[in-house]
Design a protein around this ligand. Structure first.
Ligand SMILES: O=C(O)CCC(=O)C(=O)O
Ligand SMILES: [Fe+2]
Length: 344
């Protein structure tokens, strides 16, 4: 069966242009349809050099499969207060089974990074410490001006020292993804109309982005019998997810609803040179429920080791996002804190 997921060419939004052209509108219209149903699509012509995406995936694979246990332990995610205060309950490496989705342990390992919190930012305080704790693992500017103990989500990112060059490549990738994310939300704003282009660009200029490198060993049969999957069914909570995958087939699945409202899991097969994109709960709210934060999950039964790197392009920490079903608006950073506390 052909894949039901459309391809969206984002290139018109990547070239500076003082006014919207017919090409901009073509992309916006295609996005509008795709975001309403099935809410997940392939982003093409994104202008990311394949040399960069290949390096990103290879570095993650090498880390997961061959980093010494001590290196994985050095950057392990810690609860708030742990590790002389360097834990922020969010950033760092998680072993297989550490990540929990809807109460079940996921069958993957991962490193999570969040947008750095800069000293003096309005939301920096909220419990951030002025203590003496210094995390030995921090070797970059981020950590130097902000001392542990850290509050929830307010720590410093943990970067592998092995394989060499990891951080520089990933930071280059983050910079590219911020540009791309801005282009995508701008296109989504044009698609929604009513001034939303300005709202989206204005609410994501300091995006509280999140990035994960995920390593999926094949899911053992006995784990699946226990009801475990590689990554449990969920919708993403932010704006837009830009997913880079290593081409492994039959792993990512999306919940697609038919005309009658009946749904089923459909494989989202990798498309060479394209990113898989879905919208998150914040974007669904901004669209007034017109667009869907599609549920998805990963079931990787194959024999190989799968690697993916989702980049979550999110609203600013202090962005105000409309409520759902008459609820009041939320401040995105507060919403995120609740999500992290509740283990997503
Ligand atoms: O690995 C994937 O393909 C998807 C991961 C995912 O859905 C997530 O991290 O939110
Ligand atoms: Fe997801």
């Amino acid at each position: 069966m052909p894949t039901p997921f459309p391809r969206i060419d984002i290139s018109p939004y990547l070239t500076p242009s003082p006014a919207l052209t017919p090409q901009h509108h073509l992309t916006a219209r295609a996005l509008s349809t795709a975001c309403a149903h099935p809410g997940i699509f392939y982003l093409t012509h994104h202008n990311l050099p394949s040399s960069l995406t290949t390096r990103v995936l290879t570095l993650a694979r090498t880390f997961f499969l061959s980093a010494p246990a001590a290196e994985k332990a050095r950057i392990r995610r810690l609860d708030v207060g742990q590790g002389h205060g360097r834990g922020d309950g969010a950033r760092g490496y998680q072993v297989v089974g550490d990540n929990v989705t809807e109460g079940r342990r996921d069958w993957h390992e991962a490193i999570d990074w969040y947008r750095p919190v800069r000293k003096g930012e309005p939301f920096e305080c909220a419990g951030a410490g002025e203590g003496e704790g210094k995390w030995e693992g921090e070797d970059g500017v981020e950590g130097r001006d902000r001392k542990a103990p850290y509050a929830l989500l307010k720590g410093v990112n943990a970067w592998p020292r092995y394989p060499e060059g990891f951080r520089a490549v990933y930071e280059e990738y983050v910079a590219r993804m911020l540009e791309l994310g801005t282009a995508v939300v701008r296109a989504m704003g044009v698609a929604l109309g009513g001034g939303m282009e300005g709202v989206f660009v204005g609410s994501t200029g300091e995006s509280a982005w999140v990035m994960r490198a995920i390593g999926y060993p094949a899911l053992p049969e006995e784990e699946e019998e226990e009801g475990r999957v590689s990554c449990g069914a969920h919708s993403d909570y932010g704006c837009v997810t830009l997913l880079l995958d290593d081409g492994t087939k039959g792993a990512l699945q999306a919940w697609v609803e038919g005309e009658e409202g009946e749904g089923r899991w459909v494989d989202v097969e990798p498309v060479e040179g394209a990113l898989v994109v879905n919208i998150g709960d914040m974007m669904a709210r901004w669209s007034g429920g017109l667009w869907k934060a599609t549920r998805h999950r990963v079931v990787h039964r194959g024999s190989g080791y799968r690697v993916s790197v989702p980049f979550f392009f999110e609203p600013d920490w202090d962005a105000r996002v409309p409520g759902r079903d008459g609820e009041g608006e939320v401040i995105y950073g507060e919403y995120l804190e609740e999500k992290v506390k509740g283990n997503f």
